[in-house]
Ligand binder design. Structure first.
Ligand SMILES: C[S@@+](CC[C@H](N)C(=O)[O-])C[C@H]1O[C@@H](n2cnc3c(N)ncnc32)[C@H](O)[C@@H]1O
Length: 307
């Protein structure tokens, strides 16, 4: 299934400040955003470096963007963006896009157990070279650790009950497939509590843990100010509050890095703002976009500019 790019018009409007500049799409996926960015920058002499850790996404987007001469697609983790850019002989760029989460291709067609509606091996690795699969966590972690992950990364109130049920079932036989896990989770969530599929939060939690999604985002955010030219922008689309909270905490730190005690009459630490918000609040998709593309429902886009 082809992935529909989320908030595309807004990404183009806020990301591209100079069509002759250098841009990075850190999560190219199936190349929807990148294709539109390339349409604008390639004809003006700009460049676009595309990154994804999933080899299937890299192969797909390479093919899709074949005719765009100014595009380079690289298999890498966006947390290593500085290394990718150094390999291309690039020091600083005009804009960086991250469209977090997973793609429709991964959910529907990867065969890696991202969906609780499909019976697939319980893998969930975005990059098959990563050492740990979801089934390793589910079958080996302690009840305490499982419960912590499901609570922290899934924001699931029933985490302890779910972890208990997983431990009970895995004593009978190892849990191997996505559907097996979905059934175990469903068995402990009452009908009346089911506004979404009962396994939604548990699957989100395991995916975040397997792919170290928050650690990667943090490492990336640490590097951003050093990689942007003056006036360059980072545009980030998040899909759940854990990601968005992390992004917001960095925005706050970039805008006000002063570490002086609040009761000091003036700043003595000398730390000056490095980035500023371009839009005060995050942008959400319109009702009509959500109707056309239900996966955009939880998206929030933030834009920050290098000072
Ligand atoms: C929501 S999709 C991007 C869709 C894309 N914007 C499009 O228009 O097709 C997210 C992509 O980010 C990739 N991804 C997630 N974490 C990553 C990381 N740490 N480094 C590189 N790619 C990552 C996933 O493999 C997935 O392909």
């Amino acid at each position: 299934m082809i992935h529909e790019p989320v908030l595309l018009k807004e990404v183009l409007e806020f990301l591209i400040t100079n069509p002759e500049g250098i841009y990075v799409d850190g999560t190219v996926g199936s190349g929807g955003h990148s294709e539109a960015i390339a349409e604008i920058v390639c004809q003006k002499g700009g460049r676009l470096i595309c990154i994804d850790r999933d080899p299937d996404a890299v192969a797909f987007s390479k093919n899709r963007l074949l005719s765009k001469q100014c595009v380079k697609v690289v298999k890498a983790n966006y947390k290593d963006i500085d290394i990718v850019l150094a390999n291309e002989g690039i020091d600083k760029v005009d804009g960086i896009l991250l469209d977090l989460g997973m793609s429709s291709m991964q959910l529907e067609d990867s065969g890696r157990g991202f969906s609780f509606l499909k019976d697939e091996p319980l893998d969930m690795r975005m990059d098959p070279q990563q050492p740990v699969k979801a089934k390793d966590l589910v079958n080996n972690l302690s009840e305490y650790e499982l419960s912590r992950i499901i609570k922290e990364y899934g924001e699931e109130r029933k985490a302890r009950l779910i972890a208990k049920a997983i431990i009970r079932e895995r004593r009978k036989k190892p849990i191997e497939s996505s559907l097996e896990l979905a059934k175990i989770v469903s068995s402990v969530i009452a009908e009346k509590e089911r506004r979404k599929h009962p396994a939604t939060k548990t699957f989100q939690a395991l995916r975040i843990a397997v792919n170290k999604e928050l650690e990667n985002l943090k490492e990336f955010l640490e590097k951003v100010p050093d990689l942007l030219k003056k006036g360059g922008r980072v545009v980030i689309i998040s899909y759940h509050s854990l990601e968005d909270r992390l992004v917001k905490s960095y925005i706050k730190k970039w805008e006000n890095p002063c570490t002086c005690p609040p009761n000091l009459p003036y700043c003595i630490c000398g730390k000056k703002p490095v980035m500023k918000r371009v839009i005060k609040k995050g942008i959400k998709p319109t009702e009509s976009e959500i109707q056309k593309n239900p996966r955009s429902r939880s998206a929030i886009l933030r834009v920050v500019e290098r000072l």
